[in-house]
Write a protein that binds this ligand. Structure first.
Ligand SMILES: Cc1cc2nc3c(=O)[nH]c(=O)nc-3n(C[C@H](O)[C@H](O)[C@H](O)COP(=O)(O)O)c2cc1C
Length: 191
C-alpha cells in the first residue's frame, strides 16, 4: 500500500464548525481546483464551475444567508441568525461546485451531474492529500433560489456541494461504513 491509499482508507470529514486556518495558499488552491476540474466528463462539456469563498467574502455570503434565514423564520432568535451568518466562515476556504448541467443532444443530463459530483470528490481527495480537512455540504441555502441568485448562479445552475477546506488535527471517530457483502454481487454467481 502507498500513502495515498492509506489516506483514502482513513479519510473522513471534519465538521465545518471545527475547522480552522491556515487554509490553502493561492498556489495550493490553484492546484486543488486544477485537480478537481480533471474529471471524467462524457462529451467534454465541463458543465461545472467553481465559486471560491475566502477572506472577507465569506462574511458577505454569510450576511446573504442570514438575511434569507431571518426573512423565512421571523421567530428565529439572534443566536440562530448568528449561526446562519457563520455558515461559510469556519473553514478558511469554501469552494462551491456549481453544476451547469442541462439538456444536450447526446449526453444525458444525469451524466453531466455525475461529473459535477466527481469534481466535488476529487476536490475533497486532493485537499486531504495536501493535509487539509474537508467536508462536502449542501444545507438549506444550497436550494434557496434567492440566495443562489445573489451568489451569482444562473437559473438553470445548481450547487453540487460547498466543499469546506481547512485544518482540523483532532482525532475523529469513524462512522459506520457500508459492508461490502451487503453491496457487492458478482454477476452470474449463484445466490
Ligand atoms: C451531495 C452531498 C451533500 C451533503 N450535504 C450535507 C449537509 O447539508 N449536511 C450534512 O450534515 N452533511 C451533508 N453531507 C454529508 C457530509 O459530507 C458527511 O458529513 C459526510 O458524508 C461524512 O462522510 P465521510 O466521513 O466519509 O467524509 C452531504 C454529502 C453529499 C455527498
Amino acid at each position: 500500500m502507498n500513502a495515498m491509499i492509506d489516506m483514502l482508507k482513513t479519510r473522513r470529514s471534519a465538521p465545518a464548525m471545527t475547522m480552522a486556518g491556515p487554509g490553502p495558499t493561492a498556489e495550493e488552491l490553484e492546484t486543488l481546483l486544477t485537480i478537481a476540474a480533471r474529471v471524467p466528463d462524457h462529451g467534454k462539456l465541463a458543465r461545472f464551475r467553481f465559486i471560491v469563498f475566502e477572506g472577507e467574502a465569506r462574511a458577505k455570503a454569510g450576511d446573504i444567508i442570514a438575511e434569507a434565514f431571518a426573512a423565512q423564520n421571523p421567530d428565529a432568535d439572534a443566536n440562530a441568525i448568528a449561526m446562519e451568518r457563520k455558515r461559510l466562515a469556519h473553514a478558511p476556504v469554501v469552494v462551491a461546485v456549481v453544476s451547469s448541467a442541462g439538456p444536450h443532444e447526446k449526453i444525458p443530463e444525469w451524466e453531466q451531474i455525475l461529473s459535477a459530483g466527481a469534481v466535488c470528490m476529487s476536490l475533497v481527495i486532493a485537499a486531504n492529500a495536501l493535509g487539509f480537512a474537508t467536508i462536502w455540504l449542501t444545507e438549506w441555502y444550497a436550494y434557496d433560489r434567492a440566495i443562489l441568485d445573489r451568489f451569482g448562479l444562473a437559473p438553470h445552475e445548481k450547487i453540487a456541494g460547498f466543499v469546506h477546506i481547512g485544518r482540523n488535527d483532532s482525532a475523529r471517530e469513524d462512522r459506520l461504513r457500508p459492508v461490502l457483502a451487503d453491496i457487492v454481487t458478482r454477476f452470474g454467481a449463484a445466490s
